[in-house]
Design a binder for this molecule. Structure first.
Ligand code: SAH
Ligand code: SF4
Ligand code: F3S
Length: 437
């Protein structure tokens, strides 16, 4: 009898891609995808713990499965990802949700197949959280569901220990894949027809970090020189490691998108220093200057945290000023969330929720006004979109240009996977609406 799986994913692109790896494992075991979790034989929660609300979200959703599990005793419920990898959290999940069958972490995702086989044979739950041992697993077979886009890990983990961040604790130390493995994965994807390749790492700029034969700019260059009709992106870049050499490579090869995600986090030097970011506002602006010297049209996006411990009104105003100066094409804004075990969680002067909320509202307004203003400049211009899908509600195709702008257009044929030129007729917030030309 056919068995079905459903995966619930939280968190970043890295996790989205890891869910594709989980799907690959489940399909190898004979499971087929099912849109409704309640009708599935196995449900996997791939969790995130970057902020408290990500954690609460996952906990809330897992809790809802108690009833389903009571109705269908054979349903396997598995919980993995960054949340369970956190110290003590696996026990927490187990005691809160005794009906969960499998608990695994980020370091043993590749063993999920064994855990499922074990669980199919025994009554007892399988709980296995492994400590980080530096292994890089090759030969994984992700089941990709994001055609024409494909994600490729180039490095795992993080060594930066920004004082607010849990990632180094749940993903282990930074380690890079061998360049030949990365390149051959990309070559295969291109030959399978993928049109956009995004290289993934917590800090792609430090790829290799002395352990590999080539640096990130050289790796990017090698991939940009591969034959085929595709474009290339990468994320995330840490400002401290962003180099002129990288800007040069980005400018030189047309396949590399003129788009860079460069999280700044704060516009105040004192806050940046307490965040352990290892650059100043002046350093950051200087990097942007270098980038725009090589690529004047480069779209820059960023991440910003408000309400970091000790953030004063002046610090916050400095962030608003920076946003105005930097001309970001969009920014992800977050309220600081205290993560147990991090250095910042022990800092005095944690900011009250009410101040953080006021600050984030103000910041969002500034960011949105800038984004709208940038979008309006597109009206009347022609852009090239890689069509990613069909929006059945709006009855239009959608895709992004190389700057990451979402564009919508109508067509009477299937355009998914095509590069399509559209003339922008209207801007709607971050989205552009146009007609095919
Ligand atoms: N490695 C990437 C992404 C890290 S997570 C980087 O260095 O940029 C994505 C974003 O989440 C971060 O850039 C940061 O803005 C935000 N973030 C991380 N920890 C956070 C916390 N404790 N509270 C609020 N936002 C956080
Ligand atoms: Fe977290 Fe900093 Fe590493 Fe990014 S670079 S994952 S924010 S510790
Ligand atoms: Fe990503 Fe969340 Fe883990 S942002 S690395 S899934 S903590």
């Amino acid at each position: 009898m056919q068995k079905f799986y459903h995966i619930v994913t939280y968190g970043c692109q890295m996790n989205v891609h890891e869910s594709e790896k989980i799907a690959g494992i489940l399909r190898e075991l004979g499971y087929e995808y099912c849109e409704e979790a309640e009708n599935s034989d196995i449900v996997v929660f791939n969790t995130c713990c970057i902020r408290e609300n990500a954690e609460n979200h996952a906990f809330g959703n897992i809790g809802m499965f108690k009833k389903l599990k009571a109705k269908n005793r054979n349903m396997i419920i598995a919980v993995g990802g960054c949340l369970t990898q956190q110290m003590g959290k696996a026990d927490n999940v187990k005691s809160k949700f005794p009906f969960v069958d499998i608990i695994f972490g980020t370091h043993n995702l590749h063993k999920l197949k064994d855990y499922i086989l074990m669980k199919e044979k025994q009554k007892k739950a399988v709980i296995s959280i492994e400590e980080f041992d530096g292994t890089i697993v090759e030969g994984e077979k992700p089941y990709r569901t994001s055609y024409p886009n494909a994600w490729v890990n180039i490095a795992y983990g993080c060594n930066n220990f920004c004082s607010y961040c849990i990632v180094p604790y749940v993903r282990g130390r930074e380690r890079s894949r061998k360049s030949e493995n990365i390149i051959s994965e990309v070559e295969n994807l291109i030959s399978e027809g993928y049109k956009e390749i995004t290289l993934l790492g917590q800090n792609v700029n430090s790829y290799g970090n002395g352990t590999q034969d080539i640096s990130f700019p050289r790796l990017l260059e090698k991939i940009a020189c591969l034959d085929g009709n595709f474009r290339l992106r990468f994320m995330t870049s840490h400002p401290k490691d962003f180099s002129e050499e990288l800007a040069e490579v980005m400018a030189k090869y047309p396949k590399i998108c003129h788009s860079l995600h460069l999280p700044v986090q704060s516009g105040s030097d004192t806050v940046l220093s307490r965040m352990n970011r290892k650059y100043t506002v002046a350093d950051y602006l200087n990097k942007l200057k270098i980038l725009r010297k090589y690529i004047p049209d480069c779209a820059v996006t960023t991440d910003i945290i408000v309400g970091f411990p000790g953030e004063t009104d002046d610090d916050f105003n400095a962030t608003v000023d920076l946003v105005k100066k930097a001309d970001f094409s969009s920014a992800f804004t977050f309220v600081y969330s205290k993560r147990e075990g991090t250095v910042a969680s022990k800092m005095p002067d944690q900011i009250s929720e009410h101040i953080s909320k006021r600050r984030i509202m103000e910041l969002i307004e500034v960011v949105n006004a800038q984004t709208r203003c940038q979008s309006e400049k597109y009206v009347g211009k022609k852009i090239k979109i890689l069509c990613e899908g069909f929006d059945s509600k709006k009855k239009t195709y959608l895709g992004r240009d190389e700057y990451g702008r979402m564009g919508y257009f109508e067509s009477d044929k299937d355009e998914v996977g095509n590069f399509v030129d559209i003339l922008v007729e209207k801007a709607n917030g971050v989205s552009l609406i146009g007609k095919k030309v």
